[in-house]
Design a protein around this ligand. Structure first.
Ligand code: DX5
Ligand code: ZN
Length: 226
């Protein structure tokens, strides 16, 4: 488990109704979300296409919560300034998209926002472990990025645990976020493996009993997993 601090829930608006994005952000805010996870896709790094910085700027009017931009894009360095200026609080950049990780980390840190580094399921944590002390957050992808509603990969718990162990060994307080396939069945396992932030999209926005009940049921599972 992620020490004694409260585990955070980060709804991903990828499964929201895009025509009512502001209201859907407000709904998860009112239901007790801890941050808003915004999936930025460029049609190259992943096949999907979503939003740009203006979306961040606009949804900020509907929530007081921190906003994370999960950049599933090639050439992420080109986008940092625009997303910082739009009011992004945490920028998550994929290790696989970086040409010079140390420069990317420096650019984000110099801009004054939080630096989060994501790794895909096929990327071993050992590739980024030496940079851990420079990061505010690590995002372990528990599905192959690009689509909502996929199955949580079985290899994920071991990977989450190894990142948690390294954070502990180095006495860091890096956030450990997990993204993909989080639902009422998988959330306890992800938390017990050491995640401190859980992203959930379809399990919240597509829940048959609505957003509020979806969030309550995820929280309940988390509580039982303690
Ligand atoms: C997938 C995105 C996720 C996605 C998760 O590439 O990064 O944030 O919204 O969706 P679910 O929770 O449905 O797996
Ligand atoms: Zn995401």
């Amino acid at each position: 488990m992620a020490s004694l601090q409260k585990i955070k829930l980060a709804p991903s608006i990828l499964s929201a109704d895009f025509a009512r994005l502001g209201e859907q952000v407000k709904e998860v805010t009112d239901a007790g979300a801890d941050l808003i996870h915004v999936d930025i896709m460029d049609g190259h790094f992943v096949d999907g296409l979503t939003w740009g910085p203006k979306t961040i700027e606009d949804i900020k009017k509907w929530t007081h919560l921190p906003i994370e931009a999960h950049m599933m894009v090639d050439n992420p360095d080109k986008q940092i300034d625009a997303f910082v200026n739009a009011g992004t609080d945490i920028i998550t950049i994929h290790y696989e998209a970086c040409s010079s990780l140390i420069n990317t980390i420096a650019s984000v840190k110099n801009s004054g926002i939080k630096m989060s580094l994501a790794i895909n399921p096929d990327t071993d944590f050992s590739n980024i472990e030496d940079y851990l002390h420079l990061l505010d957050q690590v995002l372990v992808m528990t599905v192959h990025p690009g689509l909502p509603g996929q199955k949580f990969l079985d290899t994920s718990p071991d990977k989450i645990s190894s990142v948690r162990t390294s954070i502990k060994e180095k006495s860091l307080n890096t956030e450990l976020e997990v993204d993909g396939g989080i639902n009422a069945e998988t959330i306890a396992k992800a938390a017990q493996s050491g995640a401190s932030i859980l992203v959930a999209g379809s399990a919240i926005y597509n829940h048959p009993d609505g957003i509020d009940n979806a969030m309550k049921s995820l929280r309940k599972k988390l509580k039982h997993s303690e």
